[in-house]
Design a protein around this ligand. Structure first.
Ligand code: AHR
Length: 502
């Protein structure tokens, strides 16, 4: 049994929890759009060809903003291909994922789908094969009400009102050699600054995300952020972070502690952004848009990659269809804890991705849709975390990991809402031992009830599949108790828990 003593106090405020922290990501990739969210022949399909069963699951997941259309895809995408009469749209080579893009679903159709799921569009512009003029054309098309060529084209294409997109990504992972149109930090920084200025001339109300490093292991990490922000600091609002984690060689202890790595990543990017701020003597603060994060078994994807025949450009192939386990869900829960603990600077984030592609929701063509294990920590956090994020004072036993050294056996984040309801999110990273947790709430007015729901299983590698879609479900933790504003709970090994104190 390990031990963790937590203290919470109303004055330990980190910052307000921005609802954009619970964003998602939909890329034209594999079976995400086609045979995922869009399947006109499916028994549940509505008028636009969108699966209603998927829409219901996306609503239940509780994703706020949705980043679109990529990802790597955006870097050789022509947005004009996806608007206008569907039967006249071109079929294009998608160089990023070696597929054929039919453009059957484009900006209008995707916004129609977002209207059905109730999420906000976050749009990326192509700064790989394209540049300033195309980005300005797109924002004119999307956000100008009427009276110009592009805005009237949108109206003629069926959308009288502007899309009104606030969140814009200035390209995607431009530091990555795999990116079509990959650039140096200097080249990208200059281009991004010019594009940002011009987009803001069209619409002063936009929020702009400049590309940070593709991950913390990139050789240019740190210098990339500094150089790009030196060029763009005055013109952008966010810098992006991307991180994917996986269990390497059976090292479950390190995998469960992935949140510690994400924590160090965020601290480093905040420090770099604040360094540029200091050098510029700027009053402005740059926030982080953590617009790709998840568990992704990247090594499995690398093993699949190969050479392709020149005539081999499939439509919606099965790509990146990871099946997630309880351990993956507990790690995703740990990453959410880290994001909440940085709510003052991480004010936008996107779980990557949403349906079929490294996704919390899976579908079969003509068949069912179901929730992967990773669905649950996200939906439970999005549904309950709110108000103000609180720093948790943690005095806990540690576990030893080969990747991250000694880390607390229990990770924790907390929020308090306007009604005084306290939510705690807890991860037991110990692979074998349960954790006894005591939470001291004596700084708060008296609370009288405590309930807890979580994810754990005798088999940490249990998963939901088409044949067994409900093998793993959230379960009530009956060990929770409250007495005199002190809450106690026992967390099973390899578990993630959402605790409500009211
Ligand atoms: O999410 C899958 C891919 O991961 C995205 O297209 C890219 O941005 C990242 O490398």
């Amino acid at each position: 049994m390990t031990r963790a003593d937590l203290t919470l106090h109303p004055s330990f405020a980190v910052g307000p929890v921005d609802r954009r922290l619970f964003g998602g990501f939909v890329e034209h990739l594999g079976r995400h759009i086609y045979d995922g969210i869009h399947e006109p022949g499916h028994p549940t399909a509505g008028p636009g060809g969108f699966r209603r069963d998927v829409i219901e699951l996306v609503k239940e997941l509780g994703v706020t903003t949705i980043r679109y259309p990529g990802g790597n895809f955006v870097s050789n995408h022509r947005w004009e291909d996806g608007v206008g009469p569907v039967d006249q749209r071109p079929r294009r080579l998608d160089l990023a994922w070696h597929s054929t893009e039919t453009n059957r679903v484009g900006l209008h159709e995707f916004q129609d789908w977002l209207d059905l799921v109730g999420s906000e569009l976050m749009l990326a512009v192509n700064l790989g094969t394209r540049g300033l003029q195309e980005a300005v054309d797109l924002i004119e098309y999307a956000n100008v009400p009427s009276g110009t060529t592009r805005s009237d084209q949108r109206r003629a294409n069926g959308r009288e009102e502007p899309f009104g997109v606030t969140m814009w990504c200035l390209g995607n992972e431009m530091d990555g050699p795999w990116q079509v149109g990959h650039r140096t930090a200097d080249d990208y920084g200059k281009l991004a600054a010019q594009v940002a200025k011009a987009m803001r001339l069209v619409d002063t109300g936009v929020k702009l995300v400049v590309c940070g490093s593709s991950n913390r292991d990139m050789p240019t990490f740190g210098t990339w952020e500094r150089t790009v922000l030196e060029h763009t600091y005055d013109d952008v609002d966010y810098i992006s972070c991307h991180a994917y984690y996986q269990e390497h060689d059976g090292d479950l202890a390190s995998f469960l502690a992935s949140g510690a790595d994400m924590d160090a990543f965020i601290r480093a990017v905040v420090a770099t952004a604040d360094h540029v701020r200091a050098v510029k003597r700027s009053a402005k603060r740059i926030d982080i848009s953590f617009d790709e994060w998840n568990v992704w078994y990247f090594t499995r994807w690398n093993a699949q990659e190969g050479t392709f025949a020149i005539d081999e450009w499939p439509v919606a192939p099965r790509l990146l269809e990871d099946v997630y386990t309880v351990a993956d869900a507990v790690t995703v829960g740990g990453l959410l804890i880290t994001l909440l603990n940085h709510a003052d600077r991480v004010t936008s984030a996107s779980l990557a991705q949403l349906v079929n592609v490294i996704a919390p929701i899976m579908t079969e063509p003509g068949g069912p849709a179901w929730r992967q294990t990773t669905f649950f920590p996200f939906s439970l956090t999005s549904a309950s975390a709110g108000g103000t994020s609180l720093a948790v004072h943690l005095d806990a036993d540690t576990v030893t990991t080969s990747r991250y050294g000694e880390v607390p056996a229990v990770a924790a984040a907390a929020t308090v809402d306007d009604h005084g309801t306290i939510r705690l999110f807890l991860q037991n990273r110990d692979v074998t031992a349960p954790a006894t947790v005591t939470v001291d709430l004596n700084g708060f007015p008296a609370h009288s009830s405590a309930t807890a729901t979580g994810i754990w299983d005798d088999d940490p590698y249990a998963a939901n599949t088409r044949d067994e879609p409900d093998r793993v479900r959230p379960r009530a933790n009956e060990t929770v108790a409250i007495s005199g504003n002190v809450v106690t709970i026992t967390l099973p090994p390899v578990s993630w828990t959402a605790l409500t104190v009211a």
